[in-house]
Structure formats: C-alpha cells, structure tokens
Design a protein around this ligand. Sequence first.
Ligand code: ZN
Ligand code: ZN
Length: 467
Amino acid sequence: MVHREFDAYDYRSDGSFVPAHYAFDGDGGRGFTVRRDGRVVLELGPGYRLLRVRECGICSTDLARHHLPFPLPQVIGHEVLAVGDDGRRYVVEINASHAARGVAHDCAFCRAGLPTHCPERVTLGIHDLPGGFGPWILAPIAACLPVPDAVPDAAAVLVEPLAAALHAVRTVAPRAGERIAVLGARRLGMLVVAALAAVRDRSAPGQRFHVAAIVRDGRLDALAKALGADEVHVAPFAGPTPAFDVVIDTTGAPSGLDEAVRLARREVHLKSTHGQPAGGLLHLTELVVDELAIAPLGDPMAWRGRRVAWLAAAPPPPPLVAAAEVVGADAGTAAAHFARARTGLPRADVAVVDSCAQIDAAIRPFADRHDPLVAPRGRILLHPRFAAPACSPLLQAVVGRGLRLTSSRCGDFHDALQLLVAEPALRGVGDHLVSHRFPAASLPHAFAAAGRRDCIKAVVVHGDADG
Ligand SMILES: [Zn+2]
Ligand SMILES: [Zn+2]
C-alpha cells in the first residue's frame, strides 16, 4: 500500500486557485482513493502508479479550463514530466482509458486502437484525475513512457503538446512540393511548425514540402524560423494574400477558421477548440474532440463494406445500398441503429448530409447525451445537393471547390519521442519555446503570466522538497 500526502492548488470554476491538502492511498492492483482535506473525492480502479512531478507546462486548455464541461475544483496540469520510484524520467499520456490502465476490458474503442476516445476514460489534470500542478500524480500504468537519455528535460516537458502537434502533421500528410501553413503560430502553433520542420527534414529529398508560419506579432518571426519555418508571414498581409495547399488553424478563435479557408487550397486542419459556434456549425468543438473530417461525397462506392448513415434527402445509390450497411434515416434513428452493432465500433463510419443542421446532428444527434452518430476519426460527407449557406465560407468551399476540413486532438507519445531522438534540432525546441519558468508555489502568478502577450510557453517546476 502507498500512502502519500501533499499540498496542492485546486483550480476553481471562478478561475481562482485555493490551497488544498491531498492524500493518495492504495496500489496499482486494488486501485487508489483520493482525499481532499480528509474527504474522499475519487475512487480509482486498478492500473495506476504514483509518480513525482518534476515539471508541468501551462497550455491554452488550462487557461480556458473553466469553460470545459468537467467538474471543478481540481488540481489541473496535464503536460507532465515526472520521475518514478525507480529514478527514471517519464512522460504520461493523459487519457486514463482501459488500455492505458492495462486492465481487462470489453471496450470497443480500446480494442479498436482508439484509447484516446475510450468513453470511460478520465483525463490527467483535465477530467477528475489530479494533475501535474500538484507535486504527485496517479498515472495510468501503460501510459507512462520512459524518456530516452538523449531528450533533455526542457523538451520532455513538451512531449504532450508536441505529440498533439505531430498528430496534426500526420493527419494532413504533406505531399511533395506542397506549402503547409500554420495559422496563429504561437504556443501550440510553434510546436506544429517544429513538428512540420522535423518531418520535412526526415523526408527524402524529392518528397520535401515547405513550412510557413502565419503570425500576428512580427516579433515571432525569428522564433518561427529558429524552429524550422521556411517562410513567415505577418497578418494582416501587407502585399498580396498568400496561398497554401494546407492551413493548420491553431488560433483558437472562430475568425481563424474563415481565414484558414480563404488561404487553403486542399485542406484546412482544425487543431484547437474554443467552445463556440463557427463556420456555420454549432458543434465545431465536438468535431475536434471526435477528430472528424468534413469532405465532399465524391464516389459513394468508396464506402463499400462500411457503415453509412444517409441523412440526405436524395436516396442513396442502389449499388451502395447493396455493397454497404446503409441506414437512410434521421441522425437519431441512425445513431440508435449503429449503437447496436455487435462488431467494431457502435457508430457509423460516415454520414452523408445535405444541410448544416444535419452536420450538427451527425456530430451530436441527441440533446440529452453525448453519444455521436459518427465514429472517432470518421467523416461527414456533403451530398452534391448540399445547400451551403452564405454565412459559411467553409461549407461553400467544401461544396464549391472540394476543400476538406480535418481535425485532431491528442497525439501519439511514441511517435513524438522517436522523432525527438531522431532529430537533434527538435531536441532544442524547449530552449526556444519556454519563455517563463515558475516554482509550483507561485502557480497563481505563473497562470497570470502565461496568459500575457509576452509569454510564449510557461512551465511550472516542482522542488524536491514538496511532499
Ligand atoms: Zn495542453
Ligand atoms: Zn476503453
């Protein structure tokens, strides 16, 4: 049995921090009890281990935490570099899914290799599980990855957002000669620039692509170039508007999406969630949470053998009906149908729609629960008769010129660690990006500083005396 007591700051729904006294009791086999000021606040099942936090980064999700639909108060912080009782350094994948805990399960999402979409997960420092702004965490056992010796602390503490950045790069899959732009290159955006540059530098000479950063603050020009950008543009643009094949929107602002659509030829990739309607859609944040894509229907027969929710008024082509599991109905009826699937995910692979309301319904068909119609990383396909409203340049571009919208949320830590080991230039990313460091005892001060314009990335550092 492990017993560990410590003091940590709780984050409250009004955005303030208050000190609390925590106790963790239990072990990996039987589970842990978490107490705050003597009262039980969380019972965790098996599959966790105790780690001492060394450093924890502050990101936009933390700064916007009071807008997210998870209970408060909580010890937040999810960009963690920690040390085990074996003395090794670890980074921690934040989703405590069945797979991450290494427990026996019958979960369709964990079995399908989508543990970051496990419906029963709690999330380190975001949803229930006490986070890295406290000196100790309970980490899912299979989610603790040892940090290779070659990777310095300053880069290791960025593995969580770097993995998310790299996942965006993998999703857009840059092609030879393309120009890939990062819109709003700043805290997360600069990591996307660094990930793009590392992937570019590792590709064969004939497969190289160009990395562009679009910033609002001209002083970020040198930083973007130091991280490997081939070109930096300051918006609003002084000369002619540049064009790119792919624009990765990291602005976290509804207006960013419209600008990305204006600048992108092939694809817009949405990397941030702001909780607000944008692009004519209500549930854009949920689209990113589920990592969905919006694209033209194209050849319906590309979906033979798949689960197709056909919401559009025009009937599905008979050859598709013969070759796929097609349910022609409203989103709620289709979702209920696919929820009964005995194999694979209990969701549709794609939904075919002809209106904005159907897109929103495909993302969240039920008003009273979160169950989506479309599977994580699935697609919403716009029927040729889709009537794109004037208020949505995004949907007009999808229908009018075949633009695709893709999105992504978390990333693969193995992928990020491998790239850090392989690319010496990327290992310096922390030295470029981390502009402020604060002792954990100054957390409220660190938070205030992290939200200011002069701060790119702030990191909270725990002393060995804590706990
Ligand atoms: Zn983060
Ligand atoms: Zn699961």
